[in-house]
Ligand binder design. Sequence first.
Ligand SMILES: [Zn+2]
Length: 112
Amino acid sequence: MNFMFKCSVCNFIYEREAAPEQCPKCGAPKEKFIEISEEVKEKILRSRYTNDLHMEIKTLLDTIIELAEEGIEDDLDPGCVKVFKEAKAIAFELGQKIKAELEGHMKKGKWG
Ligand SMILES: [Zn+2]
């Protein structure tokens, strides 16, 4: 069972059995904390899972970019370099899309 309390002042989410005496982020008193409903909790956990997947893919894409750069530098022949450049461009573009998705989630600000 997950417990979640949200600071109504700064949206900080506290995950213990009871709300803290003071908000660790903005210092608001305990009374400012509201218990998060089961429904919203589900959404928070759900979106964390998706964010983790995005982050993991982003890490792999960064590895692809590094390998592609090594390949470009290695410069064996034009065919290889072309493929490495493509790999780098695709990985970069996908990475940007993932960043945009993650930023979108954060701007909604609802699901810490
Ligand atoms: Zn707060």
